[in-house]
Design a protein around this ligand. Structure first.
Ligand code: UDP
Ligand code: MG
Length: 206
């Protein structure tokens, strides 16, 4: 009998000073993935945290063999931490998401379903419409209008760094030498069959 190898999926999750929430984040993501027929690994990228995040991740890895903690030598920022995680990933599919509970892991089954349908990129989009106008909403709207004005690459307003990528899409991103990385723009630039999934943002856990 031949056993068909399961599709492998790496979750890349940058964490900076999230000691208080990694347990909760990991439990919630694990629950959302429960019973899905994939071989999952969790690549937590500790981006030079100054709190107990490293210890929290070690404790997690001791209990759950799917957890792979990575440590950066200092704080490099969210985009660099995501890039380090993508570089370390080896799976057929990679999902990037935040570690503070703002990216709902309950969307992952649908994201993987869409990858199974043949998309290379499942891009989530934050919908803020229900929320009152805020300064952040106004400045972020202005930011997207400006970036879409000066650049030939359109960036979807509200596009989050919560997305699923197939291996060919990850390899395309990895081939880009940009040092100051803005993954939302780069993901749009590389092309590939892309589908957008909207979501309502939740408050960060702490
Ligand atoms: N993060 C990181 N390095 C940083 C800042 C943040 O790895 O220098 C992580 C953070 O722990 C979280 C994700 O990146 O998991 C998004 O950060 P944050 O929640 O601050 O961003 P926002 O929600 O405001 O976009
Ligand atoms: Mg956040």
């Amino acid at each position: 009998m031949f056993s068909k190898k399961k599709t492998t999926v790496d979750l890349v999750i940058p964490v900076y000073n999230e000691a208080g929430v990694v347990e909760q984040t990991h439990a919630r993501i694990s629950a959302a993935l429960d019973s899905l027929p994939y071989d999952f690994h969790f690549i937590y990228v500790n981006d030079g945290s100054r709190d107990g995040t490293a210890d929290s991740l070690s404790a997690l890895a001791a209990r759950d063999p799917r957890v792979i903690p990575l440590s950066l030598s200092r704080n490099f920022g969210h985009q660099a931490a995501l890039t380090a995680g993508l570089d370390a990933s080896t799976a057929d599919v990679v999902i990037t998401m935040d570690g503070d509970g703002q990216h709902p892991p309950e969307m992952i089954p649908e994201m993987l379903h869409l990858i199974g349908q043949g998309y290379d990129i499942v891009q989530t989009q934050r919908m803020d419409e229900a929320q009152p106008a805020s300064f952040k909403k106004w400045t972020s709207g202005l930011f997207y209008r400006l970036i879409n004005l000066v650049s030939g690459t359109q960036v979807l307003p509200g596009a989050a760094d919560f997305r699923a990528l197939t291996r060919p899409a990850v390899d395309a991103l990895k081939s880009m030498p940009e040092y100051h990385r803005f993954l939302r723009g780069m993901v749009s630039w590389i092309g590939f069959a892309t589908v957008i999934l909207p979501y309502q943002p939740a408050d960060r856990i702490s």
